[in-house]
Design a protein around this ligand. Structure first.
Ligand SMILES: CC(C)(COP(=O)(O)OP(=O)(O)OC[C@H]1O[C@@H](n2cnc3c(N)ncnc32)[C@H](O)[C@@H]1OP(=O)(O)O)[C@@H](O)C(=O)NCCC(=O)NCCS
Length: 150
């Protein structure tokens, strides 16, 4: 079940850090936009999604994460589908996400929902992050922007 987080956004930091290795970056965007959590039928928080509006009809998913032990069970799908439905009802026409070249799981996940790679910001992570990031044995250097229409 989708839940709008109204207060105490800091409590979601551990979950948000699963999708973004930089606490500094997460803290920078956390006060902005909207934060949603995903609850099981028992009321347990298992996922989180941070959203910002870049233009009236364009939204950006800044962060989506599902707790480790709940991954691979359809929660990410349900969370993302609920958000896409909500945005469509609001009149949003396009959703964008940004991720790193080494985030193979995220790239697979988003493409399964129809997101297409639109732009590559070469060396973004070398410029913006103090320490090198490695995922899946790959140096994360370039930022990919993916988008899909609603
Ligand atoms: C990415 C993430 C949110 C997906 O949530 P999830 O609950 O594990 O995903 P689901 O079980 O709902 O899977 C939905 C679909 O995505 C696919 N998928 C999810 N993770 C995948 C991966 N690592 N590699 C390949 N496919 C993947 C599933 O196979 C499934 O496809 P299918 O319906 O065709 O079988 C979750 O794995 C996560 O929190 N990862 C760490 C944080 C992160 O990387 N966030 C994204 C960057 S902002």
């Amino acid at each position: 079940m989708l839940h709008t987080v109204q207060k105490n956004r800091e409590a979601y930091l551990p979950l948000l850090l699963l999708a973004d290795p930089s606490e500094e970056m997460v803290r920078r965007y956390l006060p902005e936009g909207e934060l949603y959590s995903w609850l099981t039928s028992e009321g347990e928080t298992v996922g989180v999604l941070h959203l910002t509006s870049t233009e009236a009809t364009v939204c950006e998913i800044r962060n989506i994460a599902v707790r480790d032990q709940y991954q691979g069970q359809g929660h990410g799908r349900s969370l993302l589908e609920s958000i896409l439905k909500l945005l469509r009802e609001r009149g949003v026409e396009k959703v964008i996400v940004r991720t790193g070249n080494s985030s193979i799981g995220s790239l697979a996940f988003y493409q399964k929902f129809g997101f297409r790679i639109m732009e590559i910001d070469h060396d973004y992570f070398n410029r913006e992050y103090q320490t090198p990031i490695f995922e899946n044995g790959i140096r994360c250097q370039d930022q990919l922007l993916l988008a899909r229409s609603l």
